[in-house]
Design a protein around this ligand. Structure first.
Ligand code: SF4
Ligand code: SF4
Length: 287
């Protein structure tokens, strides 16, 4: 099974849940945790894994060849991402805006925009005693997360067998990187917090997840602070609440020390168990 862990906004505890749930489940079955929050991956801070391998990840960017260009401007007109501009007698390429769609390269009448590989980031693979851990990490300043997320998922698909439970720690928000992270998932866990901001962003995440026709449930983190509006919303929308993780200063302290919370706080472990049971039941029903 592939399970994406996502949230409408940052700071809800998505990484805390991902790392703790992965290690908890890893005590019983084969698990790989995949950090797809490639702009700022941080799951590795909580997992002391043995380094296995690293791969450079590339994206294809057009390179302008002045000697054959006839300055027809066709490439500038067709690029939907404004990654090309014509200045005087030059075509300038902005690699950070380029989505590697190949349109300009394929449609240039004089083949003056051949595509060339350029490093965009790295993929690292670690192994702990309980789980495998794979991380995609974009180069600083690089903006196109989708391609690296896609390449990281391909690595996981190739390297791990179908009987490995795959947990995708997705980026926050509801934009293209999130959609790339959750589009192949069998189940999506939306992490939120019981605050007006949490509810607002949860509703956006729910709309996105429903648009992708995904099975999903909600985990309410820091339960007990704020109000009950998130719970009422889930009841009204018939969204299953998989766990309510209590608000706790002790948990925040453990997080700040890079420790796994379920190993220290029994109630936190109970909530991991509750999520595990739900996922097991879901897996049985879809089999
Ligand atoms: S489409 Fe090709 S020939 Fe036309 S301006 Fe662009 S690079 Fe030059
Ligand atoms: S490959 Fe696509 S996105 Fe990149 S510059 Fe060409 S047309 Fe624009």
């Amino acid at each position: 099974m592939k399970i994406a862990i996502a949230s409408g906004k940052g700071g809800t505890g998505k990484t805390t849940l991902s790392t703790n749930l992965a290690m908890f489940l890893g005590e019983r079955e084969r698990v790989v945790l995949v950090d797809l929050d490639v702009e700022e991956p941080n799951s590795n801070l909580f997992l002391n894994g043995e380094f296995l391998k690293k791969e450079d990840k590339m994206k294809m960017i057009p390179q302008w060849e002045s000697s054959t260009c006839t300055h027809c401007n066709h490439c500038v007109e067709i690029c939907n991402f404004h990654a090309l501009i014509a200045i005087a007698n030059e075509i300038l390429v902005f690699p950070n805006l380029c989505h590697s769609c190949y349109a300009c390269s394929e449609l240039c009448p004089t083949n003056s925009l051949p595509m060339e590989a350029q490093k965009m980031g790295e993929l690292s693979h670690f192994r702990t005693q309980q789980i495998d851990f794979v991380e995609g990490r974009l180069n600083i300043g690089e903006e196109q997360a989708v391609s690296l997320i896609s390449q990281t998922k391909k690595y996981v698909e190739k390297y791990f067998s179908d009987d490995t439970l795959k947990l995708y720690d997705s980026p926050p928000g509801t934009s293209c990187p999130v959609i790339e992270s959750i589009k192949d998932a069998d189940f999506v866990i939306l992490v939120t917090e019981p605050t007006p901001f949490g509810l607002h962003d949860l509703t956006l995440a729910v709309e996105t997840t429903r648009a992708l026709k995904k099975n999903f449930g909600v985990v309410i983190n820091r339960y007990g602070m704020g109000n009950d509006d998130v719970l009422s919303y889930c009841e009204k929308e018939a969204i299953p609440v998989l766990a309510k993780i209590p608000h706790s200063i002790e948990a925040a302290k453990l997080y700040s020390q890079g420790k796994l919370i379920y190993k220290e706080i029994e109630t936190f472990k109970d909530e991991m168990q509750s999520i595990a049971l739900y996922l097991k039941q879901f897996s049985k029903e879809r089999a």
